[in-house]
Design a binder for this molecule. Structure first.
Ligand code: FAD
Length: 241
């Protein structure tokens, strides 16, 4: 679903040996230098969360000296100006995954999943099995011992020492098999719904924002993420409101 990432992704990519040009090409990626929050404090207003940390970060806590969130980004560093000028955070002279400004990526999440899958399978010795989990077997101590899966009507089993539950809200391993209850935080996190769409640029020469644009709405907010081939836009909102 998501198409915005965090700067730590660069370390992950470098560590597992994917070069940055491949990431850009295969995932239609663009730079993400932070978030621009439009209409959150008041209408026709905005503030930035730049990914580059303020000078002295870690040595001094600036929070007590900030009286206005809107000026924090401009007072603490230059990245807001880079974004407002529509510029990228680095030049081609810099090495892979390096730049003066801290940055992450906007990317096509489906293409990114494929890139990770292919790289892990072809270069890192990972075996990839696709199947629907029908049943989770527990051993006598109540630990997961085996998964019963199916693909194209053909059943197969997977045994392992460790399982990571990646079934999202289905929570097949944790919730259903191990009985770990879902802990709702809807008393403090109101947004429970989203509409996500992919939209073309009106013109292929339209500028591409190098930051996520998050615009406040009556009952939630809208994200706008620019990739090289299209934009990803979505409305996250509270169904209660
Ligand atoms: C609107 C929205 C915007 C988001 N934006 C971002 C963002 O910009 N950046 C970001 O980092 N994150 C974002 N997220 C969060 C991110 O999408 C989730 O945190 C992430 O997808 C969770 O991954 P997951 O693997 O736990 O679950 P999921 O992505 O939900 O994957 C679960 C998978 O399990 C499969 N499955 C279910 N049952 C079975 C079964 N019986 N057998 C086999 N497979 C099964 C499903 O088909 C599915 O593919 C966003 C989320 C939403 C809803």
């Amino acid at each position: 679903m998501g198409e915005g990432t965090w700067p730590t992704l660069r370390n992950t990519m470098r560590s597992i040996g994917i070069d940055e040009k491949t990431l850009f090409k295969m995932c239609f990626a663009g730079f993400k230098q932070g978030g621009k929050f439009v209409n959150w404090a008041s209408e026709d207003d905005y503030y930035y969360h730049p990914f580059t940390v303020p000078l002295g970060y870690g040595n001094i806590d600036l929070a007590p000296y900030v009286d206005d969130i809107r000026s924090f980004a401009t007072q603490s560093n230059y990245q807001q100006e880079v974004c407002e000028a529509g510029l990228a955070p680095r030049s081609l002279d810099e090495g892979e995954y390096q730049g003066i400004c801290n940055y992450a990526y906007h990317l096509d999440a489906g293409a990114f999943a494929d890139l990770l899958k292919d790289h892990c399978r072809d270069n890192l010795g990972v075996q990839h099995h696709v199947g629907t989990v029908n049943h989770v077997e527990l051993d006598k101590d109540g630990h997961i011992s085996k998964l019963n899966l199916e693909r194209d009507g053909e059943p197969f089993n997977l045994e392992a020492d460790m399982f990571v539950d990646c079934t999202g809200f289905r929570s097949l391993l944790l919730g259903e098999a191990l009985g770990v209850p879902f802990k709702s935080l809807d008393d403090v996190l109101y947004n429970d719904s989203a509409l996500a769409i992919r939209v073309p640029y009106e013109d292929q020469h339209d500028p591409m924002a190098s930051h996520t644009i998050a615009t406040g709405q009556n009952a939630g907010w809208i994200w706008d993420i620019g990739l090289t081939n299209r934009r990803g836009v979505g409305h996250v909102y509270s169904s209660q409101y």
